[in-house]
Design a protein. Structure first.
Length: 200
């Protein structure tokens, strides 16, 4: 009679061995971590910048995400390039470790060097020989508006001295002496300036 229980126990042990061990129970709470080897880069920047990762298009920064997040990247070193028409591109090298998130802040892009603009049909004032050639500058005019006593020219420049060639161009444009009324450095590193062109 004792052989039956022993036989039953042996049979149950054999069935358990064939079917395999019971599956592990998943935890009911806790944080599920990112897979090892996959990282992300968070680009914090103004909206409207095209982002390239190792020369491949990766997306565009927007206001909703306050930039752009590049996810599921293997650990390593990457080349980020941010572009916008009319501005010099910004290139940054970023190294991320396994499962790491690296934040890259881009304050602003510098305006591209452009020739000093001369209006169509412009002629040098009397006595200006030879006529001045347009000089490359790193400044751009944003707005022109009529004010009492003349015209106010508002623009941005990559540096304080980059405004000087533009002012020289304005001098020949209006055949007058432009007056730099204000220049201040903005949070994005660019210089905002106001130049008044007096009436003739």
């Amino acid at each position: 009679m004792r052989a039956a229980p022993l036989l039953l126990a042996a049979l149950l042990a054999a069935v358990a061995a064939v079917s395999g061990a019971a599956p592990q129970e998943l935890p009911k709470w806790g944080v599920i971590s990112r897979p090892k080897g996959f990282s992300s880069i968070r680009v914090v920047s103004a909206p409207g910048l095209a982002v390239f990762l190792n020369d491949e298009p990766a997306g565009t920064t927007d206001a909703l995400r306050q930039g752009l997040v590049l996810e599921d990247l293997p650990a390593g070193t990457y080349t980020l390039r941010l572009e916008k028409p009319g501005y010099d591109p910004k290139i940054v090298k970023v190294t991320v470790a396994e499962g790491d998130t690296k934040e890259v802040r881009i304050l602003g892009l510098k305006p591209k060097a452009t020739p000093t603009p001369f209006p169509p049909g412009w002629k040098p004032p009397p006595g200006a020989t030879p006529p001045p050639a347009p000089a490359p500058v790193r400044a751009a005019i944003i707005e022109r508006k009529r004010v009492q006593g003349g015209t106010l020219v508002i623009g941005v420049a990559s540096g304080a001295t980059d405004v000087l060639p533009l002012i020289e161009g304005l001098k020949f444009e209006c055949a007058c002496t432009p007056a730099l009324e204000e220049m201040k450095k903005r949070a994005d590193g660019l210089y905002e300036f106001r130049v008044k062109l007096p009436e003739k």
